[in-house]
Design a protein around this ligand. Structure first.
Ligand SMILES: [Zn+2]
Length: 566
């Protein structure tokens, strides 16, 4: 819309008589905006604070400094005084799943359900609006929140849903819970394998009872058996999930998201939205690690939409699963499950192949790694594949980097590998993480401070919809290491806390760096994009325990409000 306005103004300037030109003057005058606030935290070391910022109609920052000076230098500018509000660079979530977030709007929300009965009550309420026979989808259950703390079974769901297929993803996305009708919907060969025997798919696990029957729980690679039995989503619905997810993101102060696993079909959806000018924020897409996505990137080169809101220059790989479902690959047994060391979803050799191919194509590699073995394998593979190029500007990343071996912590800085971490994972996992790995290994888990002290760079995110999309919760978790109630007092392993400034940096400039975008976003400086958030409070002034109560007044991308608090 702004583009059309500019064209008209140019035409007027060239062709029209003086009266019309005079009418056009206010529009010309509004080309520059001078924003003034109680303070602007730029996250730019050269000029950390300012009270005003001028940007043009293209959303490019022209100047930062004192309000009077800027208004004097841009006498025709539109003045936007936001009073006591604080301005910070637009927040960037370095690891989220936009379609998944949008889908939460179309799935039963089971996050925080305190029992199986609670799950069933929520499912019944949600199913009331569903057409007969349609799959009932849900996500967010966590058996650790229930009294019995054991995996549920299909029979638990069959009581309420004997006919309608029900398929519910666990909170970490690494296990699913199906009812019998859903298991009946898989193809015949698979169905036969579910009723008896001990067959297991690659990189996954079907939980079976003593008779060899699938119980209804499918871990990691086994989830695909149910996913593929579901009817496929049409293109319009797929675009709607992206649009819903992006809208939720800007409402929470995000101006950028690194979408950690985008299929080619999803990229087409994003492109369609970008072409129509319907992307309210910037998406840095990581190609879903199948060979098709990497092949497409290699064939076409790194991708950037001309509008500046969509890029794909990374590939997402997975080395292991998650800690909650004991799928994370550990060097030693789980402390609460003797004999189980989790799963590698890719062999080191397969990962070397994929990473080498990415390197040849100039593609950034971002690998999901949770367990200490998973992280070690990834660091080993990166070291081997990068070779002498490890000091180059590769910016390869490890997503999550949750449980590390002590010896691997300095390797992040040595190899130039970015630790892409999610503060809310630590505070969600803290009640049971030490059960999984014991009191010794937990010292090297969620070790933000140790990584920073060793020279590592942290890009912060949320892993939404696994956690909330709300970055205030991430800032809060990073700076307090407590739950929403402030427990445990003083924080869980408080030596790993970040300062509020470090946390903000992780959600701004370091997240931008992790997406090769620090020249345009992540900090506010002349020549960069006017992506910023107006907050009622100053996040660097309030006590860290109040970071989750910051009020987002507005979100701006390219100098334009994409969200205003109603
Ligand atoms: Zn993720």
């Amino acid at each position: 819309m702004r583009k059309a306005g500019r064209t008209i103004r140019t035409m007027l300037g060239l062709t029209v008589a003086s009266t019309l030109l005079a009418m056009a003057m206010p529009a010309l005058a509004a080309e520059v905006t001078v924003l003034s606030a109680a303070r602007i935290h730029t996250m730019d070391a050269a000029q950390p604070q300012a009270e005003a910022m001028a940007f043009d109609a293209d959303g490019r920052i022209l100047a930062l400094g004192e309000r009077e000076t800027l208004l004097a230098n841009y006498p025709d500018a539109q003045s936007l005084d936001v009073g006591d509000a604080t301005v910070v660079p637009g927040l960037i979530d370095a690891h989220g799943h936009v379609a998944g977030l949008g889908l939460t709007q179309m799935r039963a929300d089971l996050v925080g359900a305190t029992s199986k009965d609670d799950v069933l009550a929520r499912l019944r309420a949600f199913a009331a609006d569903l057409p007969e026979g349609a799959w009932l989808l849900g996500r967010g259950w966590d058996q650790n929140d229930w009294p019995e703390r054991t995996f549920p079974t299909a029979a638990d769901l069959d009581v309420a849903f004997p006919d309608r297929p029900v398929w519910l993803t666990r909170v970490d996305g690494h296990a699913g819970w199906a009812n019998t009708a859903a298991m009946d919907a898989v193809d015949q060969d698979t169905r036969a394998r579910l009723t008896q025997g001990d067959w297991q798919p690659d990189g996954g696990r079907i939980v079976r009872d003593a008779q060899g029957r699938a119980t209804g729980i499918f871990v990691d690679g086994a989830m695909a058996l149910l996913d593929s039995a579901m009817p496929e989503m049409d293109a319009a619905t797929a675009q709607r999930t992206l649009a819903l997810g992006m809208q939720m993101a800007v409402e929470h102060g995000l101006t950028g998201v690194h979408d950690a696993g985008v299929s080619l079909q999803q990229l087409r959806g994003y492109q369609a939205l970008a072409d129509r000018g319907e992307m309210p924020l910037r998406v840095y897409a990581m190609a879903d690690g199948d060979s098709a996505a990497l092949a497409w990137l290699c064939e076409n080169g790194v991708y950037a939409h001309p509008g500046g809101r969509l890029q794909m220059r990374a590939v997402k790989l997975y080395i292991d699963g998650a800690l909650g479902s004991r799928g994370a690959a550990m060097t030693e047994d789980y402390s609460d499950d003797a004999g189980n060391r989790g799963l590698l979803l890719m062999s080191p050799e397969q990962m070397v192949d994929a990473a080498a191919r990415a390197k040849d194509c100039g593609v950034q590699v971002a690998t999901h790694a949770i367990g200490d073995r998973g992280n070690k394998v990834v660091l080993d593979v990166y070291e081997q594949v990068l070779g002498d190029d490890r000091t180059s500007d590769h910016r390869w990343r490890i997503e999550h980097a949750q449980i590390l071996a002590e010896a691997d912590i300095p390797r992040f800085a040595q190899l130039g590998v970015i630790a892409s971490m999610q503060p809310t994972h630590a505070t969600s996992d803290m009640p049971w993480a030490a059960d999984r790995v014991g009191s010794e290994r937990i010292q090297w888990a969620y070790a933000w401070r140790k990584l920073r002290d060793a020279g590592g760079r942290l890009a912060l995110g949320s892993d939404f919809p696994v956690e909330s999309v709300d970055p205030r919760l991430g800032l809060y978790a990073a700076a307090t290491r407590t739950d929403a109630q402030g427990m445990p007092a003083g924080g869980w392993m408080p030596q790993e806390k970040l300062t509020s400034w470090e946390a903000l940096r992780g959600f701004t400039s370091d997240a931008a760096y992790a997406g090769f975008a620090e020249d345009s976003v992540g900090s506010l400086a002349v020549g960069k994009r006017a992506d910023f958030v107006l907050l009622e409070q100053d996040p660097l002034e309030v006590d860290p325990s109040q970071l989750d109560e910051l009020d987002v007044l507005a979100t701006y991308v390219d100098g334009e409000a994409v969200y205003r608090r109603p």
